[in-house]
Write a protein that binds this ligand. Structure first.
Ligand code: CMC
Length: 438
């Protein structure tokens, strides 16, 4: 098991008059867990926990998140400090290696990101064969899975190649994302450039054109760095758990990340950033009538949810949403953009935060509530928003895959279940079934 935790307390569990003692373990920040790893062996019972609301699937040294206080730390560093002072590349290095890079480590990592930026030319043909309007997340997930054939692991032990594979993936996913956008518009591809930083390179691949050269804007580069940092990891969320679970079957890194991309696509997860802007656009089209949306979100007979609100872990402000809201204001001012959706979002937030329904359920804006407004200001279309989330989350996914692979406590992920179907019944031959149905 990764990391160190104390185990000097126990919990007692009594089943049918027999008492079992279960160790209580404590993490670095004091979170406690009842260790049930030997429960089934010792008691014959399993636990039932739909949606894993109370289940720790692993011990991890990567990210600490305390929902009640709105704390988020990567490798011990507060998200505010990282977002304020670092580039995305530094944070990616931190997540992958556990420490912030020295200048030498940073320039080596950046050089590799530049060196690996091209994708095999044969892969470029793939883009031509997706039907028009294919969702960019479907393309991203397919292309990432395909990378395993173009860039297979070099040895039997992926841990020997992990740094190369991780850097390659972080670099190539950026190129795939930009090419997906260009292909969707039928525009010529813009190849990566070695002289540009990670984010500037991405923006240039997205927006440069033979007829209108793109001018790199430092404010936009800074905003993109910040937004990617805020998305870079979030411990055992749905997509990261997918990466770990798929990877636990000892499949390669690319296939595991492709599974994470598919999970992220969901509107309850990363897909929420696109859904938020679509909701704000609908509100704008209905003359700013946000009250209907608040009323629908509160109606127990309506499945509608106020997207960009609520979180499984944060039961107070999501620290990322606070930083994104500020960045949003800054970018719009810097680019001299006035977006009516920002005003609607702020009004909606204000109303929801003062509404009993949202207060009682601790529903606050999450990371997806304001991010789409920044993307719009930069020129990124709605259907690429979740791809942007994936670009940011990638170092986190890889760090978790690496940690899972190396964990001495590793087992293939294989939950149990409580069977509630029919009890054993005798087989009925087809002729008899036919007779019965007549
Ligand atoms: N609008 C209205 N009601 C909500 C919302 C919402 N956005 N979120 C939760 N609730 C209500 C829910 O109906 C339930 O009410 P009741 O107790 O009366 O049945 C209560 O709050 C608890 O909800 P839950 O479904 O048990 O909470 P959860 O932890 O399972 O779900 C969530 C978390 C993020 C899926 C959910 O809040 C949601 O669907 N939010 C909207 C989608 C969204 O913004 N997703 C992005 C999440 S953050 C980034 C990421 O993970 O990718």
């Amino acid at each position: 098991m990764i990391g160190k935790f104390t185990t000097n307390k126990t919990a007692e569990l009594t089943i049918d008059g027999k008492t079992f003692s279960l160790p209580i373990i404590e993490g670095t920040e004091g979170e406690r867990a009842i260790d049930i790893r030997h429960l089934r062996k010792e008691t014959g019972h399993i636990t039932l926990d739909s949606g894993f609301m109370n289940t720790g699937s692993c011990a991890s040294e990567i990210t600490y998140l305390e929902g009640a206080k709105g704390i988020l730390n990567y490798r011990g560093y507060a998200i505010d400090d990282l977002a304020e002072n670092c580039s995305f590349v530094e944070v990616a290095y931190l997540l992958l290696h556990g420490h912030l890079p020295t200048s030498e480590e940073y320039s080596h990592f950046s050089n590799l990101l530049g060196r690996f930026a091209l994708i095999h030319e044969d892969m470029i043909h793939f883009f031509d064969h997706f039907p028009p309007n294919t969702a960019p997340m479907a393309i991203l997930s397919s292309m990432v899975n395909s990378l395993s054939n173009f860039y297979p692991e070099m040895t039997e032990n992926p841990m020997e190649d992990i740094d190369i594979m991780a850097t390659r993936l972080i670099s190539k996913v950026r190129t795939i994302a930009a090419f997906t956008f260009k292909k969707s518009k039928g525009s010529p591809l813009v190849y990566p450039r070695h002289d540009l930083s990670y984010c500037a390179n991405f923006l240039n691949m997205m927006f440069d054109s033979p007829v209108k050269p793109y001018t790199i804007n430092d404010d936009v580069v800074a905003a993109l760095n910040k937004i990617l940092i805020l998305h870079a990891d979030h411990e055992q969320n749905c997509s990261t758990s997918a990466v770990r679970l798929v990877g636990s079957a000892r499949v390669n890194l690319y296939a595991s990340i492709s599974a994470g991309i598919s999970a992220l696509w969901g509107p309850l997860h990363g897909g929420a950033n696109q859904a938020v802007v679509e909701m704000l656009e609908d509100i704008y089209a209905s003359d700013g009538d946000y009250q209907t949306y608040i009323d629908r979100a509160k109606d127990p007979n309506d499945p509608f949810r106020l997207v960009g609100f609520g979180h499984r872990v944060y039961k107070s402000h999501d620290p990322r949403s606070r930083i994104i809201k500020k960045a949003c204001d800054e970018v719009l001012v810097a680019l001299k953009v006035s977006d009516p959706l920002l005003d609607i979002a702020k009004e909606l937030e204000e109303v929801a935060l003062n509404d009993e329904f949202f207060i009682e359920r601790n529903l606050y804006p999450n990371v997806d509530f304001y991010s789409g407004i920044i993307y719009r200001a930069i020129g990124i279309p709605n259907n690429m928003f979740t791809v942007m989330f994936a670009l940011g989350r990638l170092p986190g996914w890889i760090a978790h895959w690496k940690e899972m692979w190396d964990d001495p406590d590793w087992r293939i992920g294989r939950p149990r279940q409580i069977y509630v179907g029919p009890k054993h019944r005798p087989f009925i031959p087809q002729e008899e079934r036919d007779k019965e149905s007549r």
